[in-house]
Design a protein around this ligand. Structure first.
Ligand code: GLU
Length: 476
């Protein structure tokens, strides 16, 4: 539900371009997007790139490409924090002037000594405010001298209560934070400050983000209050956990969205998978189209507990969507997985897809499977022989099948007629003795779709050619 139904919902997705776009990023983006679309509101995109060293254009591109691939189009102009430094500076100046923020010149060594002293007394470490009493004159002098300085926020000592839509009432004692650093200079705002300013300036009235940001929320609220702003409402999404219910392992599953794309997952399957990471529709259905997600999404149904990442479910959904998608549409997604020569034989590719699309878990698998249809791989003649049968019987059976195939004219009923006759022949001569060598003759491999399915894809001419090749191998 929109927190203030009088105002249209405005949510923002605020990724940092400091690494590949993760599954967690994608889930946050999707939940924001669904909320906005459900409410008829706006989904805004803000790139949090104030950290110059760690922010990279290639990661920004990854964010934009990933959102586009998922179909999560954003509204209004994209905002980059690096282009708004003057705005943050204005707000920093205001806080400095009003003495709600101050310059701090403490060195890392001094801060570390203070920390150790607090720890040794059993106290939770926090900045003790050593630079707070510095006079304006002293500060000006030291800044002019070029002493390195940061800007700290004078943390009020108060209770902040958040009525989080997902987590309910959460209370914080801001006194425990100490005076946090909000900028490393007038033109170098840090996350909590820039985000607090932007959420207000962008008119975001609902913040939806990962639970890992929960402890930032009271800090952002007090900053917004100090600037004289009201703050949005919050919804913190549950962490994504591995199947063992521990933090997602970077090496295994927490790979980027781009990696899943490269592995041949369809965006439809990924979206369906993501929406179930912490949310579920009524009646616990598992398969949802995007319009259904938009219709049914609500923050009230987001769970509090961690959401387990279940790779089998993703595979299952991908298999499902591959099978469901009209072949012509599937072909569009297949482009990166087949060679241009294969792509140019569209009709053959479509026939292959018709046979294979019910069998594959991802499109990458398809790129391996598809090859033998286009080009018969080299294989050893021994492979043609089924079990304990000998070459003579195998040869006779292949000749028998060849005669059947040759006798039936190609055309729309070719496959059906060959199938009936070959199956009758196989019943007579032994299924394994007939169908096994035919499978190997047509595919050059032991594992493949059924020989009659392959035969239907290859058509009469290619089938005859491949059986003849097998016969030649055995006959030599
Ligand atoms: N840049 C932060 C991140 O990527 C955004 C957090 C927020 O939504 O406020 O985690």
């Amino acid at each position: 539900m929109n927190p203030d139904p009088k105002k249209p919902a405005r949510v923002r997705f605020a990724p940092s371009p400091t690494g590949p776009f993760s599954i967690g990023n994608a889930r946050t983006a999707l939940f924001n997007w669904l909320f906005a679309r459900h409410e008829g509101g706006k989904f805004l995109l803000r790139i949090e790139d104030t950290d110059k060293e760690r922010s990279k254009k290639k990661f920004e591109k990854d964010i934009l490409d990933s959102l586009k691939w998922l179909g999560l189009e954003w509204d209004e102009k994209l905002i980059r924090q690096s282009e708004r430094l003057d705005i943050y500076e204005g707000h920093l100046q205001k806080l400095l002037k009003e003495k709600r923020a101050y310059y701090c010149f403490c060195t890392p060594e001094e801060l570390e000594a203070e920390r150790q002293a607090q720890l040794s007394q059993g106290l939770a470490p926090k900045y003790g405010g050593r630079c707070l009493p510095l006079t304006e004159k002293e500060v000006a002098l030291r800044l002019r001298r070029g002493d390195s300085a940061v800007i700290r926020f004078k943390m009020p000592d108060k209770r902040v209560v958040i009525n989080d839509i997902v987590r309910g009432r959460v209370e914080f004692d801001t006194g425990l934070f100490g005076d946090i650093i909000i900028a490393k200079g007038l033109k170098k705002p840090l996350y909590n400050f820039a985000a607090a300013v932007d959420d207000v300036e962008m008119g975001a009235n609902q913040v939806i983000r990962g639970e890992d940001h929960l402890s930032n929320t009271p800090k952002q609220i007090v900053i917004q209050e100090a600037l004289g702003f009201s703050h949005p409402t919050f919804a913190h999404l549950p962490l994504i956990l591995g199947p063992d219910r521990r933090k997602l392992s970077k090496r295994k599953l927490d790979i980027s969205l781009g990696d899943y794309k490269k592995m041949g997952y369809l965006p439809q399957a990924v979206l369906n998978f993501l929406v179930l990471l912490g949310w579920h529709p009524e009646q616990d259905r598992e398969v949802l189209s995007v319009p259904e997600m938009i219709k049914e999404f609500s923050l009230e149904r987001v769970q509090k507990g961690g959401a387990a990442f279940n790779k089998e479910k993703l595979d299952w959904l991908n298999t499902y969507y591959i099978r469901q998608l009209p072949t012509e549409e599937l072909l569009v997604y297949l482009k990166p997985f087949v060679t241009s020569a294969q792509l140019s034989k569209k009709k053959l590719l479509i026939r292959i897809l018709e046979v294979e699309k019910g069998r594959i878990k991802n499109l990458k698998e398809f790129s391996g499977i598809v090859k033998f249809f286009f080009k018969l791989p080299a294989y050893k003649k021994e492979m043609l022989i089924w079990g304990k049968t000998d070459a003579k019987i195998t040869l006779a059976n292949l000749r028998g099948v060849l005669e059947i195939v040759k006798s039936i004219p190609s055309g729309s009923s070719f496959k059906k007629r060959v199938e009936n006759r070959v199956m009758a022949f196989a019943e007579r001569e032994g299924r394994g003795d007939v169908l096994w060598p035919l499978r190997v003759a047509l595919s050059g491999q032991a594992a493949s779709p059924g020989p009659l399915e392959i035969l239907g894809v290859l058509g009469k001419i290619e089938t005859v050619k491949r059986i003849n090749e097998a016969i030649k191998k055995l006959d030599s």
